[in-house]
Design a protein around this ligand. Structure first.
Ligand SMILES: [Zn+2]
Ligand SMILES: [Zn+2]
Length: 330
């Protein structure tokens, strides 16, 4: 496992076993991902597939460019793929509030036009209802503005959501990519269909897991994270720092919610009560740059692991946003 980047500005991890290499998430520019792979001696040409946990930008920012450049398939759940396509398609990237504003503006324009038409019709003494038809345009149908926009762009335009190949998986249903068995599991997070993964290298009988971007650790995640040799676990924020920190209240609420991010305390709680203690290395990831300190995350985890830490097992490593980690090889 090589963590290329971890945090709210971008996530990407290389998982390799035998002749199979998978990139989990592509949350930085293609250029930066390639730069980091070169830095740790990973060959991009060796990548067999890209696997996506969820559609948030810090997990997909470089996805389309990288997949197209390397001509490799991308594995999503169907819902995550759909959400990503919606995000990538300019006409639908509009927020609901923006859409409402646009509709309101168009309504006003139509009302003005109608008023002008009525006025001119009155001048010529025509009382037909032609003008009224324009007002009754269904607001849910294609708006006038977007139809005009579409007509003004070239007919054949590049599809921003084009990928060389798309494969669907479902949480709870294992599948294989080359020599690696992949077991996706559902995580509680505010995305369309977010997943964590357990990777099993069959010949070596080694299991590695990724569980970041989760509001809490539900029973299915506790089950999935049993008997893993390397665990990348979220340790997003220190509760006190988040409460006193710079985020607006609404964002604090989101992070703290059951579909937000895992705190140092919640990660420690998992390590203390639910973790089976068998990992070689625990990587703490997705650390917030505003609401956490590496020392706080490490301290919480190490206290929770307590005397189970040894030279051979339960080494705690902190993933970084600004630089890749050295490969963790078993
Ligand atoms: Zn994230
Ligand atoms: Zn996320």
């Amino acid at each position: 496992m090589t963590v290329l980047a971890s945090g709210s500005k971008g996530n990407a991890t290389v998982i390799a076993a035998g002749s199979t290499t998978i990139l989990v998430d592509a949350g930085m520019s293609c250029k930066e991902l390639l730069r980091r792979m070169a830095q740790v001696g990973e060959d991009p040409g060796a990548l067999n597939a890209i696997l996506i946990t969820h559609e948030h930008l810090d997990h997909v920012a470089g996805l389309s460019v990288l997949a197209r450049r390397l001509k490799i398939p991308v594995f999503f759940t169907e819902q995550t793929h759909r959400a990503w396509v919606r995000m990538m398609t300019p006409r639908t990237t509009m927020s609901y509030t923006k859409w409402l504003e646009l509709m309101q503006r168009e309504k006003e324009v139509r009302a003005e036009k109608t008023a002008a038409a009525c006025a001119s019709q009155e001048e010529v003494g025509d009382s037909s209802d032609q003008g009224m038809e324009e007002v009754s345009v269904d607001p849910l149908s294609d708006s006038v503005a977007s139809v005009e926009t579409d007509a003004s762009v070239p007919k054949v335009k590049a599809d921003p959501a084009f990928l060389p190949a798309v494969e669907y998986f479902r949480a709870g249903h294992g599948f294989s990519i080359g020599e690696i068995d992949v077991n996706p599991f559902t995580i509680p997070h505010d995305a369309a269909d977010p997943c964590g993964f357990v990777f099993h290298a069959r010949p070596e009988s080694i299991r590695m897991a990724i569980a970041t971007d989760l509001g809490y650790v539900p029973p299915n995640v506790k089950m999935a994270l049993k008997h893993v040799d390397v665990l990348l676990l979220e340790s997003n924020h220190d509760l006190e720092m988040l409460k006193d920190g710079p985020y607006p209240w609404s964002v604090k609420q989101r992070v703290l919610s059951r579909v937000g991010h895992l705190s140092n305390a919640a990660a420690a709680e998992f390590l203390l009560h639910d973790y089976d203690g068998g990992a070689h290395t625990i990587v703490l990831g997705h650390l917030s740059e505003s609401n956490n300190l590496p020392e706080l995350a490490r301290l919480a985890a190490e206290q929770a692991i307590g005397d189970r830490m040894s030279l051979l097992g339960n080494r705690v490593v902190l993933a970084r946003q600004d630089a890749p980690l050295d490969p963790i090889c078993l």
